[in-house]
Design a protein around this ligand. Structure first.
Ligand code: FES
Ligand SMILES: [Fe+2]
Length: 424
């Protein structure tokens, strides 16, 4: 399923679907340039990006407990298409384009709990939660030739749960979600994230392009100046590589430090963590639209929706492990407020970035190999998809090598005898 909203010829003829547009990105990181201003501000770039990137990727649409029971339903926009994601009677996830197969009316206008049927408000055609057309009131009885309900089910889209997240993919050609995220599932196995639950959610509208929000998350160059409080618990010299094969950019802070305010460590840690997971903060940008911060006792998740070139809707979710099902509000509030402060600082700086890129006559600058190598990896994933290349990038040769970080991680994730090593 890849129902284009932009004519395919417009994609083919776009200057952005030629390698010539990506020369600065394709250079080795030691010589690479940042993306041009148009990548963040130009309407045509945004439209082509929708078709080549967001319509061909596994795009996160929510947290698994938003779809906890049969009939739980969310409606999300993915690459300009409205998509229904629901759980059928057997408890399996299903995804459909949100348009009736009679004359195209939008079926649902928002999140809801369905009974057994998705009912069109126009002429009441009904679909079951597997997308089959099951009722067409007064239709065949009024006379029609050769009509077979089996040919008019809802257009299905791929949907998958991964860790505690739910994803949709509009393309049938994209690899499955486990292949998409490569070794990351194994890296995170020790946290048992599928058992974690949402504790609080918040949606914020940001006046900046979605890629600026992701890039800002991927680099720790700005830490000392934009986040002095974060730099005391996620210290600059404690950052190491955490990047294997898969569609993600990652780094780890090992060890993650405590501070006097107890910003992140007021709640009990998840049970059964190995020595590396229990001492680390994992900071992972899933391609394209999720920013994951995983600490021993909570996860802070940002899901990005590209609304317009200069507007991103960001849904913030705090997830907790089963050990903290009944955490006191005051204990949770310390961690929540810590992230709210950091996130506000990030939003302020990326909005200034958007202003400079839109009005400042910017031409692409250079990247710091030590601090900004994940951006280079991210830019190359984008370049691949604009150019129709379905490659999943290799990882760093080893997390035990300094590469462009500060040294050798004292507690690498793949430790002999650890849960991650065993893949459990
Ligand atoms: S458009 Fe849906 S039933 Fe007619
Ligand atoms: Fe930041």
């Amino acid at each position: 399923m890849n129902t284009s909203t932009l004519a395919l010829s417009a994609v083919d003829e776009s200057p952005w679907t030629s390698e010539e547009a990506w020369v600065g990105t394709r250079r080795p990181v030691l010589e690479a340039h940042a993306l041009p201003a148009a990548a963040y501000s130009d309407e045509h770039f945004f439209d082509v990006e929708n078709e080549t990137v967001l319509a061909t990727s596994w795009v996160c649409v929510g947290i698994h407990d938003e779809l906890s029971a049969p009939g739980s339903t969310i409606v999300r926009e993915v690459a300009g298409r409205s998509v229904i994601i629901t759980r059928n009677a057997a408890g399996e996830l299903r995804g459909f384009l949100n348009a009736c197969r009679h004359r195209g009316t939008q079926l649902l206008d928002g999140d809801c709990t369905l009974g057994s049927t998705i009912r069109c408000p126009y002429h009441r055609w009904g679909y079951d939660l597997d997308g089959n057309l099951v009722s067409t009131p007064q239709f065949a009885e009024a006379g029609i030739d050769g009509f077979d309900k089996g040919e008019y089910g809802l257009h299905a889209v791929r949907v998958a749960a991964w860790q505690f997240l739910v994803f949709v993919c509009l393309s049938d050609e994209t690899p499955g979600i486990d292949a998409w995220f490569g070794d990351l599932g194994q890296r995170l196995a020790g946290y048992r994230l599928a058992d974690w639950h949402s504790h609080q959610n918040l949606t914020i509208e940001i006046e900046a392009n979605w890629k600026l929000v992701s890039e800002n998350f991927q680099e720790y160059y700005h830490l000392p100046w934009v986040h002095p409080e974060l730099a005391s618990v996620s210290r600059v010299p404690d950052h190491y590589r955490y990047q294997g094969s898969g569609m993600y950019c990652g780094q780890t802070t090992t060890p993650i430090s405590s501070d006097e305010r107890g910003d992140w460590d007021t709640m009990a840690p998840a049970e059964g963590l190995g020595p590396s997971d229990s001492a680390s903060g994992r900071f992972i940008a899933l391609f394209p639209n999720v920013l994951l911060s995983i600490l021993p006792n909570h996860a802070f998740v940002l899901r990005l929706e590209a609304v317009a070139p200069g507007i991103t809707r960001e849904t913030c979710s705090w997830l907790l492990p089963p050990t903290t099902d009944n955490v006191p509000d005051a204990d949770f509030a310390v961690t929540r407020d810590f992230w709210l402060d950091i996130n506000a600082e990030d939003i302020d700086i990326v909005q200034r970035g958007q202003l400079g890129l839109t009005t400042g006559g910017y031409t692409p600058g250079r990247l710091s190999p030590r601090f900004e190598e994940p951006l280079h990896r991210f830019h190359n994933m984008l370049a691949d998809r604009f150019n129709g290349i379905t490659r999943i990038p290799d990882g760093d040769e080893s997390d035990d090598q300094p590469l462009y970080g500060t040294g050798i991680n004292p507690l690498p994730w793949r430790m002999a005898g650890s849960q991650s090593e065993k893949g459990i």
